[in-house]
Design a protein around this ligand. Structure first.
Ligand code: SF4
Ligand code: SF4
Length: 349
């Protein structure tokens, strides 16, 4: 958060600040007293080299962090800054259950909320019901994780075959983005991009987008691949890395990505090659603490000492140490994924 604000602050010089809608957020996991609001907000404006933000969010609200807003009366602080013109709109991002979401929505006259949503997560966290609930109250809804941490960009082989056979000829990323832009309740879709190519592809998709643009057939195509994903995703990790760093160096999202990829049913030679590559990737991860690369933390699932530090940090509610044990059973002991995972994570999707 701090580094990106500093980089953005530089990028917004020379007239760009006025061209953007600038949002940043109060890191709720770091605030512990009333004065923290000003301490963080002042430092953020300084890093961003601006006098105001267009929207300020309470970051990643859950029942626990929402209690801090009440306890420290942070709404007063937001309103004071709004009156002073340093905050234009007020909102919150969210990771908890639907009842908690509704409670927070009802607590204040918010301008904006940011939720995790995509075609696999319609019943996860705020979900579709939460999306409608907020939109009905006139709250702008921005969507994060539109590609579920990249999972929807790399469909399982059977799903890819169905998408490829559809007359629309869209890329998997385009399918996922159009699904969201199609919905009138979605105001903005936030898609993380790490290359110019991805940026250009997303712009191209956005130019084709519109409410109600997906046909009934196209919506059916999406429906038909959901069950395939549910069968294939063993751990619903979105690679957000909030759980990192692990004190003993386990690469938590890396291990989950490998086991999910290893559960993909190969449809062709290329898929078979990828499956072998995942086995190799796991073998190459550090199997003892002294071999962990301190810069990139490349430890295997088997290094987990079950300290529990990561568990409350995961917005997906994954029981990380338990799931890591299963990863090692599959990747290290070569047991069948279906036996080890018994679909418990898939049912949570
Ligand atoms: S529970 Fe395991 S994976 Fe999580 S922080 Fe502790 S050692 Fe690392
Ligand atoms: S916090 Fe949860 S979802 Fe995010 S990377 Fe860690 S395990 Fe995955």
């Amino acid at each position: 958060m701090g580094a990106s604000e500093r980089i953005l602050g530089k990028a917004l010089q020379d007239g760009y600040r006025e061209k953007v809608f600038l949002v940043t957020k109060l890191p709720m996991f770091l605030v512990n007293k009333k004065e923290d609001f000003n301490r963080f907000f002042d430092a953020q404006l300084e890093r961003l080299q601006t006098d105001y933000v267009d929207c300020y969010l309470f970051h990643g609200l859950s029942e626990g962090s929402f209690n801090k807003i009440e306890k420290f009366k942070f709404i007063e602080d937001m309103e004071r800054e709004k009156t002073a013109g340093r905050i234009r709109h007020m909102g919150f991002s969210f990771h908890d259950t639907l009842p908690v979401f509704k409670k927070i929505v009802d607590y204040y006259d918010w301008d904006l909320t940011q939720i995790q949503y995509n075609y696999l997560d319609t019943t996860v966290q705020a979900g579709h019901e939460g999306l409608l609930y907020a939109a009905e109250k006139g709250i702008a809804v921005t969507v994060m994780e539109p590609l579920k941490g990249g999972m929807l960009a790399n469909p399982p082989a059977e799903a890819r075959e169905i998408l490829d056979a559809s007359p629309g000829k869209r890329s998997p990323v385009d399918w996922a983005l159009q699904y969201l832009w199609n919905l009138p309740e979605v105001s903005v879709v936030l898609s993380g991009m790490s290359s110019m190519e991805q940026l250009e592809q997303n712009i191209e998709s956005a130019e084709e987008s519109g409410i109600g643009k997906l046909t009934t057939e196209e919506n059916k195509t999406i429906e038909s691949i959901i069950s395939i994903y549910r069968e294939r995703i063993l751990v619903p990790c979105t690679a957000c890395k909030y759980c990192m760093p692990c004190p003993v160096g386990v690469d938590i999202p890396g291990n989950f990505a490998i086991v999910n990829a290893a559960n993909n049913k190969p449809a062709n030679m290329m898929d078979r090659g990828l499956k072998l590559r995942n086995k190799l990737l796991y073998r190459r991860m550090a199997g003892s603490i002294d071999k962990v690369n301190k810069e990139v933390l490349n430890g295997k699932a088997s290094l987990c000492i079950e300290c529990g530090k990561c568990v409350p940090l995961c917005p997906q509610g994954i029981d990380i140490p338990e799931e890591l044990k299963k990863v090692h059973q599959v990747m290290g002991k070569h047991r069948k994924p279906a036996e080890v995972f018994k679909k418990t994570q898939a049912e949570k999707l």
